[in-house]
Write a protein that binds this ligand. Structure first.
Ligand SMILES: Cc1cc2nc3c(=O)[nH]c(=O)nc-3n(C[C@H](O)[C@H](O)[C@H](O)COP(=O)(O)OP(=O)(O)OC[C@H]3O[C@@H](n4cnc5c(N)ncnc54)[C@H](O)[C@@H]3O)c2cc1C
Length: 245
């Protein structure tokens, strides 16, 4: 019986999780090809690290498996197959976090083995971003004389931050990376200040040559919380991008 790419990826993830949960590092590394790569962004290593090959994967797990106790590996969407490689996204959890990963499987005489494996941390449990189902209410019903409006609270925060209250994070450079990071930290409730050498956010785009437009189609360039409107030009001009920032 032939299995679909999704069945193959799910079955690999399930065997992988069993090997992890029993602490059987030999069984885990046997599920990888000799020339495999496991790239981890924070989820397992609290760092950005690539383990190249089985011995490096085993060493990382000897160090980190007990602490992370990974579980709940589940396929996200449908896996696909091209040129003999199964490609799949998945979600998982560790003791302290939730994550998302990517898997590429190769069929070998020993069965399906992971060729590339990516694990990324998406959120810490208990510190979920205030978006989607977690968004704040905004409105406060009932009568309360001293209640402050959204504008008043925002002005108060601006007046105090960096003067009476010091930020936890100082971001040097308010280009798109700095702005996006600040927006995400704000949603996590982390007081942050961005310093930018230009007069206005977006000047790093405005100050470039006159005919500059994005090099990629605009739908590759979305920012968190504020995706570009779908009536924007495919290759958005630099000043429009600057104003959006
Ligand atoms: C011509 C061109 C076309 C591009 N097209 C695309 C595209 O189509 N799609 C895409 O995704 N990417 C594109 N990129 C890449 C994209 O612009 C960069 O990846 C992105 O801007 C990097 O963001 P960043 O915030 O890390 O850095 P930057 O945008 O460079 O921001 C750094 C900021 O830090 C400030 N700064 C620097 N030093 C200091 C200091 N000492 N104190 C205070 N502030 C400081 C700068 O003024 C700047 O505002 C393009 C880049 C170029 C040059």
């Amino acid at each position: 019986m032939t299995h679909t790419p999704s069945q193959r990826a799910s079955s690999w993830l399930s065997d992988f999780e069993t090997a992890l949960s029993t602490g059987d590092i030999h069984a885990v590394t046997s599920a990888f090809t000799e020339d495999s790569f496991w790239r981890d962004l924070v989820a397992f290593t609290w760092n950005i690290r690539t383990q190249e090959g089985r011995p490096a994967i085993a060493a990382m797990l000897r160090d980190r498996l007990a602490d992370t106790a990974p579980s709940h590996f589940a396929l996200e969407g449908e896996a696909t197959e091209a040129d003999g490689i199964v490609d799949a996204w998945f979600t998982f959890e560790t003791t302290v976090a939730r994550g998302r990963g990517h898997l590429r499987l190769k069929a070998t005489p020993q069965g399906d083995q992971a060729w590339t494996f990516l694990t990324t941390m998406t959120e810490l449990k208990g510190f979920e971003e205030k978006r989607g189902d977690n968004r704040i209410k905004g409105a406060e019903h009932g009568s309360k004389k001293a209640r402050k409006s959204w504008l008043e609270l925002r002005q108060e925060e601006e007046a105090k931050l960096g003067y009476e209250e010091q930020p936890y994070v100082l971001i040097i450079g308010g280009g798109q990376g700095g702005i996006i990071l600040a927006a995400r930290l704000k949603k996590l409730g982390v007081p942050t200040i961005v310093v930018e050498k230009n007069a206005r956010a977006g000047d790093s785009w405005r100050n470039r040559y006159k005919s500059l437009c994005l090099h990629d189609p605009v739908w590759y360039d979305h920012l968190p919380y504020m995706p570009f409107p779908d009536d924007w030009p495919v290759f958005a001009p630099k000043d429009k991008v600057g104003d959006w920032l």
